[in-house]
Design a protein around this ligand. Sequence first.
Ligand code: SF4
Length: 361
Amino acid sequence: MDFPTLRSRLLAWYDDARRDLPWRTPRGQAPDPYRVWLSEVMLQQTRVETVRPYYARWLERFPTVDALAAAPLDDVLKAWEGLGYYSRARNFHRAVQEVASRHGGRVPGEPDAFRALPGVGRYTAGAVMSIAFGREEPVVDGNVRRVFARWTDDPAPAEDALWPMAAALVPGERPGDVNQAVMELGATVCTPRSPRCGECPVRGLCAAYAAGTQNERPAPKKARPLPHEDTAVPVIHRGGEVLLVRRPVRARLGGMWGFPQAIRHPGESASAAAERAAAEGLDLAVRAGAPVASVDHTFTHVRATYHAVRCTVVWGEPRAVRYDEVAWVPWERIGGYALPVAQKRIAALAALHPTGPHPLA
Ligand code: SF4
């Protein structure tokens, strides 16, 4: 590959065509590493338009490393609510707390020190080091992979080949802009379907364009069917209150609030599993009543169906046996708790008729 020519064409194109995004620093201004890092964490697996309002609200709420480090995890998860992949928020919070306590509140600009922070992988390190600190560190994400696959006309480029290629492209002036230019090209011109090769600044260097194979590069990965979990969710109410639990930090959706739950055993009814969820997770005897709703949600590695069942207490006081905390919450205050998307839907459906059967039941 002719990397010097690729670099210079990409930079010239980027200067002209880059989108004006809130996390991009105007030319001539020094980037704020905290903001660059935040944007990279939020943009993982998430579209730009989804991130925009979250990014703005986050900076109002947590404008600096110190502000975020001092915030309780509940507030952090509440600010992240709806953005998904909550481990990103937990890890970012922990990492920023380390920056505050061990690096004097200054995001470390040394790659090894930055990589040692919780949740910082190879991509995030490359992006923050190059964009915020001008270091010649490579990045490979989905856009870069697709662009490289087309430049080399390779249907299935191996990770082992992509990183050296990115590392060969980045040295020289403005390494952060070179990295952003490749990602921008992938996001706006060299798109997954129907790439706009007529507008591409590097089509003269693109092997797939020359071969006419750009629509077949990279070859689509075979989608593997996801495993399915059938989960019972007891919505336990008492007077005008409902029981919420906070999940252990290391569990899926850790640190977030929600209803208790238990995966159904083969042949077990949702009602029986809901009663078992309360017994095992809360040391509480409940009686299952009417179903509330069934809600589907797809995670990265699993599809889940939540069968929510209205329950009343038979005896006992709930104890956080399998959870970090339990709380009786008035229905009208549920909005103050950080709930995952599926649990929020269940809460909304259950709250329509908090003490009686759901009309669709
Ligand atoms: S010429 Fe087409 S396929 Fe090649 S990099 Fe440009 S947009 Fe992508």
